[in-house]
Design a binder for this molecule. Structure first.
Ligand SMILES: *[C@@H]1O[C@H](CO)[C@@H](O)[C@H](O)[C@H]1NC(C)=O
Ligand SMILES: *[C@@H]1O[C@H](CO)[C@@H](O)[C@H](O)[C@H]1NC(C)=O
Ligand SMILES: *[C@@H]1O[C@H](CO)[C@@H](O)[C@H](O)[C@H]1NC(C)=O
Ligand SMILES: *[C@@H]1O[C@H](CO)[C@@H](O)[C@H](O)[C@H]1NC(C)=O
Length: 359
């Protein structure tokens, strides 16, 4: 088999296969415990032995022992998982665990896992996923654990993933370290039992998110939430009340701590009471914003009033002119009246002023 492949591939693969044949002699199986695969290598574990090859792959290995149970490929550059990527030549009926960490996988095409009917655990963590086909995980009816830790940082994938996960009967989904700001409710297939949301950017779970966790298919779900920047202000009240009532659903509830506000930083969440959470952030930020907002509103209203006033003036300019004219006339009449009276009054005063010394 090696010879045939060596001819087909121009002899380039001959030496590594010789290495694979000799490795079990050189390294006892204990040197590469299952699951722990050194970087830039791939490990094949059959019930009898574990073999590792130190090689940076550009595509999944073609000649795998048909009895393989666990396959780990780490530190390679697989880029795209094409249909039946691991069973191109023949199905691998015993493969239960497929670990593909740090493999620069960017796309998972439809039926990528075809030919792996026993697959239960798939680990795609630490890959910059950009595209996941709706049927990416089709053809693996026994898949129960999907690990996508730090795999959703390169692109917003929620909608694509939601389609790909819809028909699965997952028990465990790992989404740690993905910078999530909200519960990814659309990604949770009914019947899910464990959800790992550690090391994300969750500040709280909102009342609506908590309600979605009470959906019939998710009542048995337990979620881990450690290492999220939980904000212990009044917005956390619904979550804290839920947590205190159903602590069994959050296995790491006891270790959850406040990330803010500063006076509460590091305080264990379960030591706080929902009623005791103040709206500190609101008191600091909201009124200030409210004030500027009301000033702006006030200014706009004033400007509108001014514009309306000018419009009225403009539309009424004839009437105003007439009115001004009338006013001026009235004033003139009045002034003339004064003038007249003044002149009338002035005379006797003058006469009296002149007349007095004469008296
Ligand atoms: C395969 O991996 C699982 C989980 O890591 C482990 O329990 C099991 O022993 C491994 N099987 C073999 C044959 O190495
Ligand atoms: C990974 O593979 C792709 C194509 O398969 C290639 O374009 C890219 O340069 C490779 N990256 C590295 C780091 O080797
Ligand atoms: C999901 O299952 C339904 C029926 O069970 C099927 O019609 C549909 O095509 C499946 N969707 C995907 C994305 O596999
Ligand atoms: C947490 O996730 C970030 C990426 O979101 C990653 O860089 C960091 O190493 C993770 N921390 C731990 C302790 O896993």
């Amino acid at each position: 088999m090696a010879r045939r492949q060596a001819r087909a591939r121009g002899g380039g693969l001959w030496l590594p296969w010789l290495g694979l044949a000799l490795l079990p002699l050189a390294l006892p199986p204990a040197a590469a415990p299952p699951g722990a695969c050194p970087s830039a290598c791939y490990c094949v574990a059959t019930p009898e032995l574990v073999q590792c090859r130190y090689e940076r792959l550009e595509e999944p290995p073609k000649e795998l022992p048909v009895t393989v149970h666990n396959l780990s490929i780490t530190g390679s550059n697989l880029s795209i998982l094409h249909p039946a990527a691991f069973a191109a030549r023949r199905p691998l009926p015993d493969l239960r665990l497929l670990r593909l960490r740090h493999d620069n996988i960017q796309a998972v095409e439809d039926m990528a896992l075809q030919g792996l009917p026993a697959l239960r655990t798939l680990d795609l963590s630490h890959n910059p996923l950009l595209w996941v086909a709706p049927g990416a995980f089709a053809g693996v009816p026994l898949l129960r654990t999907l690990q996508l830790n730090q795999a959703l940082l390169a692109a917003p994938l929620e909608d694509q993933l939601a389609a790909a996960l819809r028909n699965l009967s997952l028990q465990r989904l790992e989404l740690a370290g993905n910078g999530l700001r909200a519960l990814p409710a659309t990604l949770l297939p009914a019947g899910l039992e464990e959800l790992d949301l550690r090391n994300n950017s969750l500040q709280r779970l909102t009342a609506a998110e908590l309600r979605s966790l009470e959906a019939p298919g998710l009542r048995g779900l337990r979620l881990t939430l450690g290492a999220n920047p939980l904000g212990c202000d009044c917005a956390l009240r619904p979550f804290l009340a839920w947590l205190r009532a159903t602590a069994a659903r959050v296995p790491d509830a006891r270790s959850l701590r406040c990330a803010g506000p500063p006076p509460l930083r590091g305080t264990a969440l379960l030591r706080l009471r929902p009623e005791g959470l103040a709206c500190a952030a609101d008191e600091g930020g909201e009124p200030g914003r409210l004030e500027t907002a009301s000033y702006v509103f006030f200014g706009i209203v004033l400007a509108l009033i001014g514009i309306v006033f000018l419009m009225v003036l403009y539309l009424n300019r004839r009437g105003i002119k007439r009115w001004l004219h009338n006013l001026r006339e009235a004033c003139r009449d009045q002034m003339e009246g004064y003038h007249y009276r003044y002149e009338q009054d002035a005379d006797p005063r003058r006469t009296s002023a002149i007349g007095t010394p004469g008296l």
